[in-house]
Design a protein around this ligand. Structure first.
Ligand code: ATP
Length: 443
């Protein structure tokens, strides 16, 4: 059943140009995906809402756009060179390779292979460490290589710019630095669509605080980020939950961590992690770079390295959660209607305009005029490539909240039929009222 729902969502994403396989015409690459025209729009909307909420609307958070390729020493300091590894084990029967922490554990050293269900004895087939970072040569010559790394998290670009931002903006604690950007991990576990990718995007905030304020800030960010998914993206509360990490599963840098999990079609999994990273990162960058990373508190004349709270969200997992949450199937007149009940401000188009008859030039002309008038203010689309029922179905599947049909009567009464995606109710409204109507729907 869950598999069925997952494959339906993947198929809709392909069919309607949300997501395609990466390098597909050459056979594809595992865990690499491309976003098509509608996917690129939805993804951009998600990022815009996040950026607007935290950077544009907040006084205490500054934006940053740091580079993807970073110096090897960054990752010596952050611990990624040493510790950013997965323990991998090979199944002796089907020869597939797995992350041992993702296998079903039967007893002390015994695991179940996800692929062929045979038992893997980890005392005989010892797990091996595998670093997840992607390395690249940034030297001009191949024979004298100089390696840089594609960042595995956007966070390190924020930490390495901490002194720059502090010295150039003179911000006082508490303040945050936010960044949206690509991150790269050579993930071995594949499958689950865009949930686990080798190239993905993150939306991260590093919120710097005095050490004594860290616990309170951590709690604030856990609640704030949970609310963001329901209030800003319209994800249903019952499909979200918080999961606090046990002490033994905390990352090497974290003092505490809570995951926001979403009920994906394959089960509950991490959507975002909120961590109290203490002063680990800045302390380590100070040590390796030999640059002072202290904050000077003018009031108390004290110097100290701030603590940091990190809400770290994945753009792609958010996209996946938004689509999964919006995906509905309904029985209408004995047929299945697939509808994406996206929050109206997330839909690729706020409205779609159709002429009822495409062979009547006056109708086409009026419909196009209405479409161009809408397009100045809202993203919209025009379509006359099918019968009306087919056009509605197409728009339902991509989540367009309103469909506007221009018919013969429109030519005399200057009114159109406007149809609501969710209720399928139709109303006749005058052409002058269209923009107002859309505005009320998407605001
Ligand atoms: P997981 O345990 O699922 O591998 P993680 O705990 O390693 O995730 P973090 O390092 O906390 O993930 O990264 C923060 C966020 O970045 C995650 O919550 C997720 O939304 C996103 N993310 C991490 N790895 C990937 C990936 N391979 N593909 C897509 N998104 C990812």
């Amino acid at each position: 059943m869950a598999e069925d729902r997952l494959s339906k969502i993947v198929s809709l994403c392909r069919r309607r140009s949300f997501v395609f396989g990466g390098s597909e015409i050459y056979g594809g690459l595992s865990s690499i995906w491309d976003y098509g025209p509608l996917g690129a729009r939805l993804k951009k909307r998600i990022k815009d809402i996040w950026w607007d909420t935290y950077v544009e609307k907040k006084e205490d958070i500054l934006g940053l756009d740091s580079s993807i390729i970073m110096h090897e020493d960054v990752f010596k300091a952050s611990g990624h060179l040493e510790g950013f590894t997965d323990s991998l084990v090979d199944c002796p029967k089907c020869k597939k390779r797995f992350r041992i922490d993702k296998l079903e554990k039967i007893s002390e050293n015994l695991y179940r292979c996800t692929e062929c269900s045979s038992e893997i004895d980890s005392s005989k087939h010892k797990p091996r460490k595998f670093n997840l970072m992607l390395k690249t040569n940034v030297s001009a010559t191949e024979d004298e290589p100089n390696f840089g790394y594609l960042r595995p998290e956007t966070a390190q670009g924020i930490f390495t710019n901490f002194i720059n931002v502090l010295n150039s903006t003179h911000k006082k604690l508490p303040f945050g630095i936010a960044q949206i950007g690509k991150a790269f991990r050579n993930e071995v576990t594949t499958g689950s669509f865009i949930f686990r990718m080798k190239e993905f995007e993150q939306m991260e905030i590093e919120y710097f605080v005095k050490p004594e304020d860290a616990a309170r800030a951590y709690e604030y960010w856990v609640n704030e980020r949970f609310d963001f998914y329901t209030s800003k993206l319209g994800i249903r509360k019952e499909n979200l939950r918080l999961r606090e990490h046990e002490k033994d599963e905390l990352a090497h840098y974290a003092k505490s961590c809570t995951d926001i999990e979403y009920n994906f079609p394959f089960g509950w999994s991490e959507l975002e992690g909120i961590a109290n990273r203490g002063n680990f990162d800045l302390t380590e960058h100070a040590r390796v770079s030999k640059k002072d990373h202290n904050y000077f508190n003018e009031a108390t004349r004290e110097k100290f390295i701030p603590y940091v709270i990190e809400p770290s969200a994945g753009v792609d997992r958010t996209f996946f959660a938004v689509i999964s949450d919006a995906y509905h199937e309904e029985e209408v007149n004995g047929k299945t209607r697939v509808v994406l009940k996206l929050k109206p401000n997330l839909a690729a188009n706020c409205a779609a305009v159709f002429p009822l008859l495409k062979n009547k030039p006056e109708l086409v002309e009026l419909a196009k005029k209405i479409f161009y008038d809408i397009k100045v203010k809202f993203p919209a689309t025009y379509d006359d490539t099918g019968a009306i029922g087919k056009l509605y179905r197409r728009q339902d599947e991509i989540g367009t909240p309103l469909c506007i049909t221009v018919d013969v009567e429109s030519l005399t009464d200057n009114k159109v039929t406007i149809r609501d995606r969710d209720t399928m109710k139709q109303e006749r409204i005058s052409v002058e009222k269209i923009l107002e109507y859309i505005e009320a729907k998407v605001k």
